[in-house]
Design a protein around this ligand. Sequence first.
Ligand code: C5P
Length: 232
Amino acid sequence: MGKDVIIACDFASAAQTFAFLDRFTQERPFVKIGMELFYAEGSAIVRTIKARGHKIFLDLKLHDIPNTVKKAMAVLSSLDVDICNLHAAGGLDMMRAAAEGLTRPDGSRPLLIAVTQLTSIDQQRMENELLIRRPLEEVVLQYAANAKAAGLDGVVCSPLEASRIHEACGKDFLTVTPGIRFAEGASGDQKRVTTPARAKELGSDYIVVGRPITGAADPAAAYRRCVNDFID
Ligand code: C5P
């Protein structure tokens, strides 16, 4: 898979999601389904969106003991999604077990990527609450290296971390980056934001864009603007 724009479909119901997707008459964007929509609508929403021709990043961020994650990933692999994820904090054995569980009988599997540190965790919280007393960037790079060692395909990270991660883990190790805004847009709760064009310069492989597209008066036009700035 090459560079792409993934739309974060952070909606509460299937009805809202389809009302949104129906506004794309010419293209079938790559979409991200997160916990809210998945827990509200179950696996049927994944199958229906897939049947409509979209690629899917199923953003459920699994984190449990290796055996449990392996079995859960086996269930997710039957949904035929394109990208799944988990928390690198679950450790190497959990990540290896996840990749095994996700692998279908024919040897294929969706891409599997790891969350390193959530962007809601800053240096102070990491030190005071999690008792990890190392620079945040070092922790992110170590978790990315662990994900690579476990055979994963990449990480979710800030575009600002993408080049360091590519340097450490190789250019084929995927960086999937949220925190994207148009230069003139509101940043909302995202602290460190980057434009699609800047994410391209920084070497992101996939950008995840939510509100700048879902909240736009013309979502298809906002999506095309992202594609133009990031890919073309
Ligand atoms: O609306 P916005 O563009 O901020 O949406 C970004 C999406 O990426 C949301 O679904 C959010 O949960 C997700 N995300 C993030 N930061 C991370 C991991 C995921 O913003 N570190």
